[in-house]
Write a protein that binds this ligand. Structure first.
Ligand code: HEC
Length: 131
């Protein structure tokens, strides 16, 4: 009886732990659902609003949070500009509105003229929380 219990602890618990780990990774990979471990950040109004704006626009056809698609992943963008002065938010928002190329390669990002500077800045602030 006792040995069964030990078997459960040693073999099954890590198995279940791995299962949960995979599930979190999957949730993250869809590009919209925050990982369960970041509930604090998920309540941050900038995060929530930026995520909603990015979800409403066409961003996710070219960008994913973790992996490069047509554009760089949001994590790569967040890492590149981590610690940059605050006006990088203004500049990146302008890039979203006007389109851009040359910073990550030769594939251009299409312009988004219907997005306001304010909304674009919220999107950038959201992206920069992802590093
Ligand atoms: C047609 C594909 C496409 C769409 C749609 C798109 N992007 Fe991009 N994005 C790119 C590419 C490609 C780059 C890299 C451009 C470069 O090399 O400078 C990029 C770069 C960026 C950068 C970094 C810019 C820099 O100068 O470092 C940000 C921030 C960004 N995108 C945010 C967004 C947001 C927010 C949206 C939605 C409103 C969006 N993108 C929609 C393709 C796209």
């Amino acid at each position: 009886m006792a040995s069964r219990f030990i078997f459960f602890l040693i073999v099954l618990l890590p198995f279940f732990a791995c299962q949960t780990g995979t599930k979190q990774a999957d949730e993250k990979a869809d590009g919209l659902t925050p990982p369960a471990s970041s509930t604090a950040i998920a309540k941050d109004p900038v995060y929530v609003k930026g995520l909603a704006l990015v979800g409403k626009s066409d961003c996710l056809t070219c960008h994913k949070i973790d992996d490069k698609l047509i554009g760089p992943s949001y994590k790569e963008i967040a890492n590149k500009y981590a610690g940059a002065p605050n006006d990088v938010v203004t500049a990146l928002a302008r890039t979203i509105i006007q389109g851009g190329s040359g910073n990550w390669g030769n594939v251009p990002m299409t312009p988004h003229p219907s997005i306001s500077q304010e909304d674009a800045e919220t999107m950038v602030r959201y992206i920069l929380t992802l590093n």
